[in-house]
Each structure stands twice: as structure tokens, then as C-alpha cells.
Design a protein around this ligand. Structure first.
Ligand code: NDP
Length: 463
């Protein structure tokens, strides 16, 4: 659900007008308005000190995609019927490297959602310390309930257009919601056929055809490493902490796995039908069941409650104005499903229930009023563009391995991922302190991510 944007009264007139112009120029795209408002509110502090960015119109240029490609995807279902979906790729910013960012296949996908994701990706990729620009793409195609053959035919048709716009030095897509190993395989196969070349053009590839160890784990592991770093600033660790996790896809699964390795106790998981609360804790045996359920049998999270004693399944109730998953006693929350899954009311519930660490595995899972409540409460709040950057960082490591035509061990990639998450945490801490808002990871991530891109754009002239 989209959030109606209200600009903070604390920002300058310059920033207020800038946000107003962006909203007016992109009508009907509430998720993009929300992401832009959050970023430009943080950058208010930067624009005062660096007026050269204003005269070079860097903020306006950063909000405008370098290129937007929209195309028809026609395919045939198993009954022989013709189907038509819309495909899109937003090449947002290439100041510091080739466009990089996932593809999302979900019926909710529209231009505003992809633009918010592409915009966030620019700052996130900059934070990773690797040379990657920002992009995002996808389709309103729903892989759920489709046969493998239908998914293959759709992916092939999608790539029949996308292949002419991407390449290992131009634009390197990856997975996101609805795009996992199966879809990346079909997309890569078709790209290879059309181009007649084997290159590192997609990341998240299978291990025996150019993929990197730890890439599937990276986003979830990274979000947990980021939480551990934030807790470290208070001399604490994740050991013994009760954790609420949403989603049950790629990010949620490996968030739970890393939490277990670090001695924490995850108690919730969800999908679009509802959520499970397992008071005893999701252990590694239950996690294994859940991964098989979701990745192999492609079942629903309710099956988890049917399988294990003492687990409560609560279906989604559209009449509620809050999500009961966020209304349990806990120390930490790892939203890992989708955007705007934590409303202002959910944020209040989390704070009331004792949650003081929020590490966002999903992209923009918290509405603006929720973000402001977390910041006012001074909890350890790691926004998605910092906390979930481990996924794209490891995609960057996959690109490096492809270029060098070698593959690193599991331990080596995990150590690099861990090092990158620590570096991102440090950049956020330093940037937020340098601009007088110590402890505010939202400002830290937005400012540190922006500065690198802005300086590169200044160096490269008006392009
Ligand atoms: P998956 O498709 O693997 O899993 C998504 C999970 O979220 C599923 O459990 C899905 O339930 C649930 N979900 C999705 N949309 C909704 C919705 N509208 N309402 C309720 N539940 C929903 O995706 P990922 O785990 O890859 O991605 C999750 C989040 O993490 C996204 O925000 C994504 O952008 C972000 N992210 C992912 C990265 C990655 O490397 N994969 C990298 C960085 C961020 P159901 O199956 O019922 O739809």
C-alpha cells in the first residue's frame, strides 16, 4: 500500500520546493514520492554546505532516470492461450559504474514502484564500496501458480527485448521478488542464445555456470551482520535476542539462518496469506522444512503451522489497520517481505513491545511516519539501502569473479560480505556524525550514498 507523503516541517524551502517539483513531475507514483522525500530530507543538510551541487542541479538529475525502457512481453500459457504483460527496465544512474539492480516479477509492479527501487538502488550501490550504478526492472507477471514451462516462456519473451539494452559493462540485472534462481537461469539461457556469448550479464546465476557462492544467502546474512554492527555500538550482540521476521522468501530464509548461527531466536515468518508465530523459536530443522516448502514445493506458510505443534497461523485480515506480526514482544525486527509493510501504527506497536533494533532486509518496508517514529525513539534503525546492501554487494563480487574467470570459496565470499557490511555501517555512522545527526542511520546512508555519486557526476560534466 502506498503512503501519502508529508514533507517534514524542519527542512529548508529549497528542499521543500525540490520535493514538490519531483512529485509534480512524476504523478501517480506514490512510492517514488516517498523514497525521494526521505532521501532529500536527509540531503537538506548537505545542500546547505555544498551549494555547488545545487547549481549543477545534481539533486534534480539524480531523480531523473538516465533511460527508461518499457516493452510488451507476449507469451503463451500451457493451454495455448496468448498472454500479454508489460516489461520495464529503469537505467537510473551510471555515474560510478554500470547500471545494477534486480528484476521484480509481481502483479503489483508499476512504474512508481520500479522508480522508487531504482532510485534507492543508486545510493545503496554507492554504499557498497563497489563500482556499480543503479537500475531496476521487472514485470507485472505473476510467477505464482505458473508451471515451469510457462515461467520459461515468459522469461524468454522478456529477454527477447531486454537483451539489446543490457550487457556486462552496461547493465547487469539480478533477482528480486518473484525472480530467483529458476528465473535467472531462463533469462540467462535466452540472453546467451541471442548474443552468442557467455558473459556475466546477470547475477544470481547457478553455481556451475558463473554464479557465486553465498549470493543466495547474501541479503539476509548482510541484514543480520548490519544489526550486529548496530548492536555493537551499544556493547551488545544478537545472542539471546527474540526476533520478528516477515516474508518467507530468499531474504527471510537466510535472515533466519544467520540469526540462528548467531544465537538469536526468530519467532515469525509470513507470506501474502498470513503469518506464523512460533513462540518456541524457529530452529534449523524447522527452517529446513520451510525452505523446502517455499523453494521446492512452492507451498504456503500456513503449512508450517500445520506441521509443527504450538505454532499459530494468523491469516491476513484486510479490516485491520495494523499488521499483527509486528505486535509481539521482541528485541529485533527484520522486515523482509515488501515495501510499506510497517505502517506508523505498526512502528508504535513495535516500540511498545520493546523492539529497539530494526534492520530492513526489504526495500523501504517502513512508511515515512514509521521511519520518523523510529528516529524520534532513537532506536537502532538500519534502513534498507544500508542494511540489505549485502545482496547487491555480493552480486558485485559475482561480477568480479566472472571478469577474472575464477571463483572464490564460500569462506572468502562470506568474509568479503561481512567486511562490506562493516564498511557500510562505518560510512553511515561517520556521515551521520559529520552532519550533526549521530546515530541517525537514515541520514548516514542517504548522505554517504549520495556524496560519492554526486562527486562523480560533478567530475563527469553535464551529461
Ligand atoms: P521473494 O520473492 O523470495 O520473497 C518475497 C516474500 O515476501 C514472500 O514470502 C512473499 O509472499 C512476501 N511478499 C511479497 N510481496 C508481498 C505483499 N505485497 N504482501 C505480503 N507479502 C508479500 O523475494 P525476496 O526475498 O528476494 O525479496 C524480499 C524483499 O527484499 C523485497 O523488498 C526485495 O526488494 C528486497 N531485497 C531483495 C534482495 C535479494 O537479493 N533478493 C536484495 C535487496 C533487497 P508470497 O510468496 O505469498 O508472495
Amino acid at each position: 500500500m502506498a503512503n501519502v507523503v508529508s514533507v517534514s516541517p524542519k527542512v529548508s524551502n529549497y528542499t521543500r520546493d525540490l520535493i514538490g517539483e519531483i512529485i509534480a513531475k512524476n504523478p501517480g507514483e506514490p512510492e517514488f514520492h516517498q523514497a525521494a522525500t526521505e532521501v532529500y530530507e536527509s540531503l537538506d543538510l548537505v545542500m546547505e554546505r555544498r551549494p555547488e551541487y545545487r547549481s549543477a542541479k545534481i539533486p534534480e538529475r539524480v531523480a531523473e532516470p538516465e533511460r527508461l525502457i518499457m516493452f510488451r512481453v507476449s507469451w503463451q500459457d500451457d493451454q495455448g492461450r496468448f498472454q500479454v504483460n508489460r516489461g520495464c527496465r529503469i537505467e537510473m544512474n551510471s555515474a560510478i559504474g554500470p547500471y545494477k539492480g534486480g528484476l521484480r516479477f509481481h502483479p503489483s509492479v508499476n512504474l512508481g514502484i520500479l522508480k522508487f527501487l531504482a532510485f534507492e538502488q543508486v545510493f545503496k550501490n554507492s554504499l557498497t564500496t563497489l563500482p556499480m550504478g543503479g537500475g531496476k526492472g521487472g514485470s507485472d507477471f505473476d510467477p505464482k501458480g505458473k508451471s515451469d514451462h510457462e515461467v520459461m516462456r515468459f522469461c524468454q519473451s522478456f529477454m527477447n527485448e531486454l537483451f539489446r539494452h543490457i550487457g556486462p559493462d552496461t547493465d547487469v540485472p539480478a533477482g528480486d521478488i518473484g525472480v530467483g534462481g529458476r528465473e535467472i537461469g531462463f533469462l540467462f539461457g535466452q540472453y546467451k542464445k541471442l548474443r552468442n556469448e557467455f558473459t556475466g550479464v546477470l547475477t544470481g546465476k547457478g553455481l556451475n555456470w558463473g554464479g557465486s557462492l553465498i549470493r543466495p544467502e547474501a541479503t539476509g546474512y548482510g541484514a543480520v551482520y548490519f544489526a550486529a554492527e548496530m548492536l555493537g555500538t551499544r556493547g551488545e550482540s544478537l545472542s539471546g535476542k527474540t526476533c520478528l521476521v516477515s516474508g518467507s522468501g530468499n531474504v527471510a530464509q537466510y535472515t533466519v539462518e544467520k540469526l540462528l548461527q548467531l544465537g538469536a531466536k526468530p519467532v515469525t515468518l509470513s507470506d501474502s496469506n498470513g503469518y506464523i508465530y512460533d513462540e518456541a523459536g524457529i530452529d534449523s530443522e524447522k527452517l529446513k522444512f520451510m525452505m523446502d516448502l517455499k523453494n521446492v514445493r512452492r507451498g504456503r506458510i500456513k503449512d508450517y503451522a500445520d506441521r509443527f505443534k504450538g505454532v499459530v497461523f494468523t491469516p491476513i485480515d484486510p479490516r485491520l489497520d495494523y499488521n499483527p506480526l509486528w505486535n509481539h514482544k521482541a528485541h529485533c525486527a527484520f522486515p523482509s517481505a515488501t515495501q510499506n509493510e510497517i505502517s506508523g501504527k505498526d512502528a508504535q506497536n513495535l516500540l511498545r513491545n520493546g523492539v529497539y533494533v530494526v534492520s530492513e532486509g526489504a526495500n523501504m518496508p517502513t512508511t515515512l511516519d514509521g521511519v520518523r517514529l523510529f528516529l524520534d525513539a532513537k532506536i537502532l534503525y538500519g534502513p534498507g539501502k544500508a542494511a540489505n546492501a549485502g545482496g547487491v554487494a555480493t552480486s558485485g563480487l559475482e561480477m568480479s569473479q566472472n571478469s577474472m574467470r575464477l571463483s572464490w570459496t564460500r569462506e572468502e565470499v562470506d568474509a568479503r560480505l561481512h567486511g562490506i557490511m562493516k564498511a557500510i555501517h562505518k560510512s553511515c555512522v561517520e556521515a551521520s556524525s559529520a552532519f550533526g545527526t549521530a546515530g541517525n542511520y537514515v541520514n548516514g546512508a542517504n548522505i554517504a550514498g549520495f556524496l560519492k555519486v554526486a562527486d562523480a557526476m560533478m567530475d563527469q560534466g553535464l551529461v
